[in-house]
Design a protein around this ligand. Structure first.
Ligand code: PLP
Length: 390
């Protein structure tokens, strides 16, 4: 049997490798505390589960879903944009439900990228932007997000050749893995760059509603001129603890919505209708769980920042996302520091190099474990570092 050449260029998925490492360590008897994966530990809100359960019993929901998502779900997503961002979207031509945002993020390259085309990807960044570009025969070009610039890109660094060959510019704020929020001019500069160079601005807003300390994250579609050039990806996964349900969306440019929809309708058959009903309840029902989630993550963020700062770091608590992006001590490599934390503290973190070259020198801690384990993990790390220093 001969697999396709294109998958030779594909690295193993970072989190699949991390899952394996955690399992191996547990098999060796290590009581592993995993800070590795951004998968909310708290349950989906009860009203959402009930809406999904009720919809399960309706045989109308047992058939193939409509390809473009239920009209009610598209309207619910447009309603959310109106309330939350004061952005008006046409539910027919500007809203496309996705089987989780990862699905649409990955399929976008098929709709936009021909062999040899460039995709500009944040570095460090969520790995799917680059790997989907590779699968489409494209060339991911890293957009550096240095800490010294608050993890913002400088589009003047893109060479004229790459700008001309680029089909998609990816941004993601609040950001995974750095937890940075969008800088003041970041979206406006990206809209301008995409208009000038005739490419799509794809903004991944998976963490737009997971923010702290009064910070309210914007939609890229609030930027003047964005609707013609931008497609924004959203998700119920992190806001409502619904990673397993698989509901996301792409909204914005009608051209991009049509192109992605054309790819998708040829590949998948949409989201199970009962889950779409649950998704509508998430968006239109009571929102207390969203605020409760923020409070939980903020507390965990503060516990971990305080603990690491007591061990010598000088971390500033991030304003969004569910991560801490932590420089390795003394510039140690991210893989080596992650190994040390696993072997000496039984804690798994994601090595920054898994997010691109620009992630080297950092590890990512996820805040999706309960306070007691988080505190224990932080204590173990402090102890291991002290022993190593002595
Ligand atoms: N985008 C970012 C930045 C993420 O971190 C994730 C998941 O961790 C996703 C997208 C995918 O989310 P989902 O497919 O669950 O909507």
């Amino acid at each position: 049997m001969r697999t396709a050449n294109r998958i030779d260029k594909l690295p193993p998925y970072l989190f699949a490798s991390l899952d394996r490492r955690i399992a191996e360590a547990r098999d060796r008897g290590i009581d592993v505390i995993s800070f590795a994966i951004g998968d909310p530990d708290r349950p989906t809100p009860a009203n959402v589960i009930e809406a999904g359960a009720a919809a399960l019993h309706d045989p109308a929901n047992h058939r193939y879903p409509s390809y473009y998502g239920l009209a009610d779900l598209r309207r619910a997503i447009a309603g959310y944009y109106r309330r939350r961002f004061a952005v008006d979207l046409d539910p027919e031509s500007q809203v496309l439900p996705l089987i989780g945002s990862k699905e649409g993020i990955a399929n976008l390259a098929t709709a936009f990228v021909d062999p040899g085309d460039v995709v500009l990807v944040p570095d460090p960044g969520y790995p799917v932007y680059a790997t989907s570009a590779i699968l489409a025969g494209g060339r991911p070009v890293p957009l550096r997000l240095p800490e010294s610039r608050g993890f913002q890109p400088d589009l003047a660094e893109v060479s004229p050749g790459d700008a001309a060959a680029a089909k998609i510019l990816w941004l993601n704020y609040p950001n995974n893995p750095t937890a940075a929020i969008a800088g003041d001019g970041t979206f406006a500069a990206a809209v301008e760059f995409c208009r000038a160079n005739n490419l799509l601005l794809a903004h991944d807003a998976a963490y737009v509603d997971v923010t702290y300390d009064g910070y309210v994250a914007p939609s890229v579609l609030q930027t003047p001129g964005a609707t013609e050039v931008a497609l924004e990806f959203g998700s119920l996964s992190k806001t409502y603890n619904m990673t397993g349900w698989r509901v996301g969306w792409a909204v914005g440019s009608p051209v991009a919505v049509e192109a992605l929809g054309r790819v998708k309708t040829n590949i998948d058959s949409g989201i199970f209708n009962a889950i779409q009903r649950a998704g509508i309840e998430a968006l239109e029902g009571p929102q207390e769980a969203v605020a409760a989630n923020r409070a939980v993550y903020r507390r965990r963020r503060d516990i971990l920042v305080d603990a690491l700062n007591s061990s010598g770091w000088t971390l500033v608590p991030p304003k969004g996302a569910i991560y801490l992006w932590v420089p390795t001590p003394g510039g140690e490599s991210s893989a080596s520091f992650a190994d040390f934390l696993l072997e000496e503290a039984g804690c798994v973190v994601a090595p920054g190099i898994g997010y691109g070259e620009g992630g080297e020198g950092f590890v990512r801690f996820s805040l999706t474990i309960d306070d007691a384990r988080l505190e224990e993990g932080a204590e173990r790390i402090a102890r291991a570092l002290k022993e190593r220093a002595s």
